[in-house]
Write a protein that binds this ligand. Structure first.
Ligand code: KG4
Ligand code: ZN
Length: 336
């Protein structure tokens, strides 16, 4: 069994992990950056500086906790897009230096692809072909995997991402950031049919998504309501918003999977943590003979174990990067 040392630094979490080629996590350390909280969003320059400060220490800790020496590592993996370019460069430069000094293969990974492969850590039995529903703060995509290294993007959002919609709705409701977990928690005690918000592109004959109409509709609806009424009914309003976000995700995932005879759907990205999406997609899929997988909560968030997991098929196929490879910030799930 080979061991992959992986780095994740695309946004505001520095993470170092060691995984073996059987997807077994030997260590997965994540260092968050609470320094951004007081700014109400991630400050790119600050994020890069904090990655720089954390990455060596985290790597030493990871090796110590896994009880491994650097000479026991077989490959180095790192996410190189999408993300904040300064942050990505910290991880990439560090990974390149290690790969060069230890004469190890370097494997570069797309961060969204890594979110998808987070599923393999706890469900090694997953087999291609499968459909991946990628839902995060910046992405909403349906990706058809023919095998573990070949895939096609068959639909995506034309405006806001699903996670972004949770965050914007929570802001309009005065709930705080990030909005997804707050709405998820509130919605558990609410009625999802309390307000009928629009479902973007749900009846359109394609696999794209749209959330800008929903955002406008929430704002317009709130402007016509008494504040006391809104406060008294927050759980049901949250549940209605959540349902409007997840309905198109569920419907289009199932529609595509059935049209292609796919029996497996993986949910990936931060919004894969949403309990209603997990439960409803699983229940509806089961009736159609489709199995749904999603990672446990820690592996839904940004982490380096998922980067190592996405590197496993590339390691096995000998798909290594040259030391001249660069990071890039372009959105999307792309093979690299
Ligand atoms: O993948 P991620 O950690 O970061 C990137 O965007 O790359 O995803 C973060 C997004 C945020 O928009 C957050 O609100 C959303 O995931 N999220 C959730 C939940 N937990 C996190 N959305 C809905 N329900 C949740 N439980
Ligand atoms: Zn992410």
């Amino acid at each position: 069994m080979q061991k992959i040392l992986a780095f994740e630094s695309s946004c505001d979490d520095t993470s170092v992990a060691i995984l073996d080629t059987d997807y077994r996590v030997l260590v997965n350390l994540v260092s968050n950056q609470p320094e951004h909280l007081k700014f109400g969003g991630v400050l790119p320059e600050l994020a890069s500086r904090l990655h720089l400060k954390n990455i060596l220490l985290l790597t030493r800790n990871a090796l110590e906790r896994a009880n491994l020496q650097l000479n026991e590592i077989d490959a180095v993996a790192v996410s190189i897009n999408p993300g904040l370019i300064g942050s990505l460069l910290v991880g990439l430069s560090f990974a390149k230096s290690l790969a060069w000094s230890l004469s190890l293969p370097l494997i570069t990974v797309n961060h969204m692809l890594a979110h998808i492969f987070a599923n393999f850590i706890e469900h090694r039995q997953i087999e291609a072909p499968f459909l991946a529903l990628v839902v995060s703060g910046g992405h909403t995509e349906l990706v058809h995997f023919k095998n573990l290294t070949e895939f096609e993007i068959i639909g995506k959002t034309v405006d806001d991402a699903a996670g972004e919609s949770f965050d914007k709705a929570a802001k309009l409701l005065g709930l705080g950031f990030p909005g997804g977990p707050l709405i998820d928690r509130l919605a558990k005690n609410g009625a999802a049919d309390f307000v009928q918000f629009p479902r973007g592109l749900i009846r359109k004959d394609n696999y794209n998504f749209s959330y800008s109409g929903l955002k406008t509709s929430i704002r317009t609806w709130l402007s016509t309501q008494e504040d006391g009424f809104v406060q008294a009914n927050l759980p049901s309003i949250a549940a209605s918003v959540q349902q409007a976000i997840i309905d198109p995700l569920i419907r289009k995932s199932l529609l595509y999977a059935r049209s292609q005879g796919l029996r497996t759907i993986l949910i990936a990205g931060g919004v894969a943590a949403n309990s209603a999406l997990r439960d409803q997609l699983s229940q509806q899929a089961e009736k159609k003979g489709i199995r749904v997988y999603y990672p446990s909560l820690p592996y839904c968030m940004d982490n380096a174990a998922m980067v190592a997991a996405a590197a496993v098929p590339k390691y096995q196929a000998g798909l290594f990067a040259s030391l001249s490879v660069n990071a890039f910030s372009q959105k999307g799930t792309k093979i690299i």
